[in-house]
Write a protein that binds this ligand. Sequence first.
Ligand code: AMP
Ligand code: ZN
Length: 138
Amino acid sequence: MSVEDCIFCKMVAGQIPATKIYEDEVVLSFLDIGPISDGHTLVIPKQHFEKLHECPAELLGQVFTRIGKIAGAIATAMDSDGYNLLCNNGKAAGQLVKHLHFHIVPRSIGDGIFNRWPSFKYEEGKIEEVAAAIRKNL
Ligand code: AMP
Ligand code: ZN
């Protein structure tokens, strides 16, 4: 997918509408059009990158400076009991829009969102194997 076809780049360019929360030279933040809860917000770097690890570290730092402030404002405005910060990367992880974005999802006690968290236990010895494989790539 080219940047020209990207709906979030089109939002940055002002070619399609967005309910904006915050905008500066680095990020655009707007309400998700298909929210999981009231105030569900997206924060995107204005520059197009598909996945988290493709975004330069310095830019990520700048994005996260903004995310903290925006999340605090959302939590206060929505009087939420908490919020989740989500970043879906790749099709298997549920990424539909291929422009890096962070979801801020306000939560309230007992709302039932993300109720299923299918955790399991590693088989004997596997946790060290997995950790070693990841470390090798850092
Ligand atoms: P993801 O599955 O992480 O790629 O999430 C993409 C999100 O973008 C979904 O939650 C959509 O509801 C949201 N979305 C898609 N198009 C728009 C739009 N035009 N305005 C606001 N949010 C959008
Ligand atoms: Zn884009």
